[in-house]
Design a protein around this ligand. Sequence first.
Ligand code: ZN
Length: 151
Amino acid sequence: MPDLRHRPPGRIHHLAIVVKSLDEALPVYRDLIGLPLESIMDIASDRVRIAFLGVGESKVELVQPTDDTTGVARYLAKEGEGFHHVCFEVANLAEELTRLGIDGVELIDTAPRRGAEGPVAFLHPRSCHGVLVELIEAVGGPAWKALGYPD
Ligand code: ZN
Protein backbone atom coordinates (compact mmCIF):
# COMPACT_ATOMS: atom_id res chain seq x y z
CA MET A 1 0.00 0.00 0.00
CA PRO A 2 1.33 3.45 -0.80
CA ASP A 3 1.92 5.64 2.22
CA LEU A 4 -0.90 8.16 2.02
CA ARG A 5 1.02 10.62 4.18
CA HIS A 6 3.76 10.70 1.57
CA ARG A 7 4.01 14.08 -0.11
CA PRO A 8 4.35 13.76 -3.90
CA PRO A 9 7.07 15.72 -5.71
CA GLY A 10 6.18 19.39 -6.05
CA ARG A 11 7.30 19.95 -9.62
CA ILE A 12 9.69 18.91 -12.33
CA HIS A 13 12.77 20.85 -11.30
CA HIS A 14 14.59 20.26 -14.59
CA LEU A 15 15.05 18.05 -17.61
CA ALA A 16 18.65 17.39 -18.56
CA ILE A 17 19.97 17.10 -22.07
CA VAL A 18 23.52 15.91 -22.69
CA VAL A 19 25.34 17.86 -25.41
CA LYS A 20 28.78 17.77 -27.00
CA SER A 21 29.20 21.53 -26.73
CA LEU A 22 27.34 24.18 -24.74
CA ASP A 23 28.60 26.75 -27.23
CA GLU A 24 26.75 24.91 -29.98
CA ALA A 25 23.63 24.01 -27.97
CA LEU A 26 22.96 27.44 -26.40
CA PRO A 27 22.16 29.16 -29.70
CA VAL A 28 19.40 26.59 -30.22
CA TYR A 29 17.84 26.46 -26.75
CA ARG A 30 18.43 30.10 -25.79
CA ASP A 31 18.22 31.95 -29.08
CA LEU A 32 15.94 29.87 -31.31
CA ILE A 33 13.61 28.21 -28.78
CA GLY A 34 13.96 31.30 -26.59
CA LEU A 35 14.53 29.94 -23.09
CA PRO A 36 16.24 32.54 -20.87
CA LEU A 37 19.74 31.53 -19.76
CA GLU A 38 19.89 31.53 -15.94
CA SER A 39 23.40 30.27 -15.25
CA ILE A 40 26.45 28.53 -16.64
CA MET A 41 28.70 26.60 -14.26
CA ASP A 42 31.81 24.47 -14.44
CA ILE A 43 31.39 21.61 -11.98
CA ALA A 44 35.00 20.47 -11.74
CA SER A 45 34.20 17.61 -9.35
CA ASP A 46 31.68 16.11 -11.83
CA ARG A 47 33.80 17.00 -14.91
CA VAL A 48 30.89 18.76 -16.59
CA ARG A 49 29.95 22.23 -17.74
CA ILE A 50 26.25 22.92 -17.32
CA ALA A 51 23.78 25.61 -18.28
CA PHE A 52 20.34 26.13 -16.76
CA LEU A 53 17.61 27.75 -18.85
CA GLY A 54 14.25 28.70 -17.39
CA VAL A 55 10.87 27.42 -18.57
CA GLY A 56 7.88 28.15 -16.31
CA GLU A 57 8.41 26.64 -12.87
CA SER A 58 11.02 24.26 -14.36
CA LYS A 59 14.37 24.42 -16.10
CA VAL A 60 16.24 22.78 -18.91
CA GLU A 61 19.77 21.70 -17.96
CA LEU A 62 22.32 21.34 -20.75
CA VAL A 63 25.21 19.10 -19.68
CA GLN A 64 28.53 19.03 -21.50
CA PRO A 65 31.10 16.49 -20.26
CA THR A 66 34.55 18.08 -19.98
CA ASP A 67 36.51 14.82 -20.20
CA ASP A 68 35.72 11.23 -21.10
CA THR A 69 35.97 9.58 -17.67
CA THR A 70 32.45 10.07 -16.31
CA GLY A 71 29.19 8.21 -16.67
CA VAL A 72 27.62 11.09 -18.58
CA ALA A 73 30.61 11.19 -20.96
CA ARG A 74 30.27 7.46 -21.63
CA TYR A 75 26.54 7.98 -22.16
CA LEU A 76 27.27 10.70 -24.73
CA ALA A 77 29.83 8.49 -26.51
CA LYS A 78 27.43 5.54 -26.63
CA GLU A 79 24.01 7.14 -27.13
CA GLY A 80 24.90 10.49 -28.64
CA GLU A 81 23.31 13.79 -27.68
CA GLY A 82 19.81 13.84 -26.24
CA PHE A 83 17.58 13.43 -23.22
CA HIS A 84 19.57 12.36 -20.15
CA HIS A 85 17.49 12.62 -16.95
CA VAL A 86 14.45 14.16 -15.27
CA CYS A 87 14.70 15.79 -11.84
CA PHE A 88 11.76 15.94 -9.43
CA GLU A 89 11.73 18.33 -6.48
CA VAL A 90 10.93 16.79 -3.08
CA ALA A 91 10.52 18.31 0.37
CA ASN A 92 12.78 15.92 2.32
CA LEU A 93 15.35 14.06 0.24
CA ALA A 94 16.79 11.77 2.93
CA GLU A 95 13.28 10.62 3.87
CA GLU A 96 12.41 9.96 0.22
CA LEU A 97 15.57 7.88 -0.29
CA THR A 98 14.83 5.80 2.81
CA ARG A 99 11.26 5.19 1.69
CA LEU A 100 12.24 4.37 -1.91
CA GLY A 101 15.02 2.04 -0.74
CA ILE A 102 12.59 0.16 1.49
CA ASP A 103 10.22 -0.11 -1.46
CA GLY A 104 12.97 -1.75 -3.53
CA VAL A 105 14.00 1.11 -5.79
CA GLU A 106 17.67 0.84 -6.79
CA LEU A 107 19.42 3.97 -5.51
CA ILE A 108 22.57 5.31 -7.18
CA ASP A 109 23.00 7.70 -4.24
CA THR A 110 21.83 6.34 -0.91
CA ALA A 111 22.16 9.75 0.78
CA PRO A 112 21.75 13.35 -0.39
CA ARG A 113 24.91 14.77 -1.96
CA ARG A 114 25.89 18.26 -3.04
CA GLY A 115 24.57 19.30 -6.43
CA ALA A 116 24.91 22.58 -8.30
CA GLU A 117 21.39 23.65 -7.34
CA GLY A 118 20.96 21.92 -3.98
CA PRO A 119 21.05 18.45 -2.39
CA VAL A 120 20.46 15.73 -5.01
CA ALA A 121 20.38 11.95 -5.42
CA PHE A 122 19.90 9.69 -8.44
CA LEU A 123 17.67 6.61 -8.87
CA HIS A 124 18.81 3.86 -11.23
CA PRO A 125 17.12 3.68 -14.65
CA ARG A 126 16.64 -0.08 -14.05
CA SER A 127 14.12 0.84 -11.35
CA CYS A 128 12.49 3.68 -13.31
CA HIS A 129 11.53 2.05 -16.61
CA GLY A 130 14.64 3.14 -18.46
CA VAL A 131 14.83 6.76 -17.29
CA LEU A 132 17.55 8.14 -15.04
CA VAL A 133 15.67 9.99 -12.28
CA GLU A 134 17.22 12.68 -10.10
CA LEU A 135 15.61 14.01 -6.93
CA ILE A 136 16.46 17.47 -5.58
CA GLU A 137 15.44 18.82 -2.21
CA ALA A 138 13.36 22.01 -2.20
CA VAL A 139 15.17 25.11 -0.94
CA GLY A 140 15.42 25.20 2.84
CA GLY A 141 14.91 21.46 3.41
CA PRO A 142 16.91 19.60 6.07
CA ALA A 143 19.68 18.38 3.71
CA TRP A 144 20.61 21.98 2.81
CA LYS A 145 21.91 22.58 6.32
CA ALA A 146 23.33 19.06 6.67
CA LEU A 147 25.45 19.52 3.51
CA GLY A 148 26.64 22.99 4.51
CA TYR A 149 24.82 25.16 2.00
CA PRO A 150 24.72 28.79 3.10
CA ASP A 151 21.40 29.98 4.58
ZN1 ZN B 1 20.12 17.21 -13.14
